[in-house]
Design a protein around this ligand. Structure first.
Ligand code: FAD
Ligand code: NDP
Length: 460
């Protein structure tokens, strides 16, 4: 049998690549990782982690405002963008180091540089010390995705989420294009930090794939917090003026902004990867096509995470990596081989207030089941009886009437992501509405509402 330089060559040291490399090395495989930028990928450097840190920063604004209702006198507050950026950068650098230690500790060989496929078993890496060609029994492509900015007049003036964490100046006037995860989260974050935020979404609702009730509710709450959300609106042109960027919307409305953020989706990082040289096939969206075991059209080459999945989430990339390693090297001693289950993937959107959701939307459930029962509760959280905030909470259960199984669970409200994670376990275990009803609530919490909803919402 041909001897290769390594057993597994991983292109991309992000969420999926690092997890696959580390686990494979721990099982005794000879592993090489090539990373062109910073270890940790999107999630650690320009995604989940810095975003959540900035979201925490933004929530303090509400806390200061609400404190008076609880007897506190808070003096004049001042937000320092430079200090937040420096604190974030320090923590991200620490995490980069943790990732490096984890990989080196597991015996992974790290290469800093851009990797290109030469053929089914060979990768070339452009490092500072020159090009290196390495042969591998298996190659894993885990190169993630990149922001997609559509053609628009003045496109050269806009930024993407990659730039937002380190903007030289805090954008006092921020215009955001898009209505997905990133647009809604950044609208909430920068609004909380004190920017005047205009959000321009082409559709009639934000968060298109979410339950329609959730979309409408979060839009209402974001507006209450101060986001100027314009639905059914598109950008016609962006011009640089002395006083800022003049954004003209298709209806003629004009908005002046310091920064224009396009958050209009992400596409797979496949450019300059040499997919053609190796014969790896992509679909019309440029996603690498894989089978149930993440194998591409070339049997020795695999792909996972944002470069090939429809669900661009860190835990999905991690789950795929663990399933792949079990597939290639066999499961860990005494364990069954992991399989990735794409049903019931919970997700949160860190808007203010947060969204947490798992399972089917009401619309999906009505298409899938003959008879669907909805339980819906909307209320002012206990904290806001004194805080003075007008924020409200939404909770919704979608139940298949025939089996009584809870097939969808949705929340808009404080800590929704934290709350929904536990319910996702119950739903994966097949919990019925009767099980929810027989569960004792934790009082006084918002979460207890999920186990005390007794009356179905009126039909229609
Ligand atoms: P990545 O983590 O993107 O890693 C790919 C790596 O490959 C990168 O480091 C890149 O530099 C490297 N690379 C690319 N091409 C090459 C090459 N040719 N040679 C060498 N290296 C290469 N998900 C959540 O679950 N929760 C969240 O709260 C969340 N928030 C997000 C917020 C933002 C602003 C963004 C943009 C994304 C967010 N995500 C979130 C999504 C999450 O970050 C991604 O799904 C996840 O990082 C995908 O992991 P990956 O391993 O596929 O790719
Ligand atoms: P999304 O796919 O979530 O949203 C894209 C948005 O851009 C949609 O509102 C879409 O409108 C709009 N859009 C698309 N094309 C255009 C266009 N040409 N002109 C105007 N608007 C357009 O992408 P994001 O960039 O927000 O995020 C990428 C992915 O990253 C997410 O899907 C998610 O998987 C992941 N992510 C996860 C987070 C989390 O877990 N909390 C946080 C951030 C990102 P329409 O609604 O009409 O389609």
């Amino acid at each position: 049998m041909k001897d290769f330089d390594c057993d597994l060559f991983v292109i991309g040291g992000g969420s999926g690549g690092v997890r696959a490399a580390r686990m494979a090395a721990q099982r005794g495989a000879r592993v090489v990782v090539a990373e062109a930028a910073a270890l940790g990928g999107t999630c650690v450097n320009v995604g989940c982690i810095p975003k959540k840190l900035y979201s925490y920063a933004a929530h303090y604004a509400e806390a200061f405002e609400e404190a008076a209702g609880f007897g506190w006198t808070v003096g004049e507050t001042h937000f320092d963008w430079g200090r937040l950026k420096a604190a974030r950068a320090k923590e991200i650098t620490r995490l980069n180091g943790v990732y490096e230690q984890l990989l080196r500790g597991a015996g992974v060989h790290l290469l800093q540089g851009w990797a290109t496929l030469c053929d089914a078993h060979t990768v070339q890496v452009r490092t500072a010390d020159g090009d290196q060609r390495i042969t591998a029994r298996h190659i894993l492509i885990a190169t993630g995705g990149t922001p997609l900015v559509p053609a628009v007049s003045g496109r050269e003036h806009v930024v993407t989420s990659d730039h937002m964490f380190d903007l030289p100046e805090f954008p006092k006037r921020l215009l955001i294009v898009g209505g997905g995860y990133i647009a809604c989260e950044f609208a909430s974050i920068f609004n909380g930090l004190g920017a005047q935020v205009t959000q321009v979404q082409r559709a009639a609702r934000v968060l298109g794939g979410f339950d329609a009730d959730v979309s409408a509710f979060v839009a209402q709450e974001m507006r209450k917090h101060g986001v100027d959300l314009k639905l059914n609106a598109t950008v016609a042109a962006i011009e640089k003026r002395a006083d800022g960027l003049l954004v003209t919307l298709s209806g003629g409305t004009q908005v002046v902004a310091d920064t224009v953020l396009y958050a209009t989706g992400r596409y797979p990082n496949v450019e300059g990867l040499g997919l053609d040289a190796a014969g790896v096939a992509c679909d019309a969206r440029h996603s690498i096509v894989v089978d149930a075991h993440y194998r591409t059209s070339v049997p020795s080459i695999y792909a996972l995470g944002d470069v090939s999945t429809q669900k661009q989430l860190t835990p999905v990339a991690l789950g795929e990596a663990m399933a792949l390693v079990d597939h290639l090297l066999g499961p860990a001693a005494g364990k069954a081989a992991r399989q990735m289950d794409y049903a019931l993937i919970p997700t949160a959107v860190f808007t203010h207030p947060n969204i947490g959701t798992v399972g089917l939307t009401e619309e999906e459930a009505r298409r899938q089941f003959k008879d669907v029962t909805i339980y819906r509760s909307e209320f002012k959280a206990l904290r806001h009886t004194l805080s003075g905030s007008q924020e409200r909470t939404l909770m919704k259960l979608v139940v298949d009437a025939a089996s009584d199984r809870v097939v969808g669970l949705h929340m808009v409200g404080a800590d929704a992501g934290e709350i929904v994670q536990g319910f996702a376990v119950a739903m994966k275990a097949g919990a019925t509405k009767a099980v929810f009803d027989s569960t004792i609530g934790i009082h006084p919490t918002a979460a207890e509402e999920f186990v005390t909803m007794r009356e179905p919402a009126p039909a229609g």
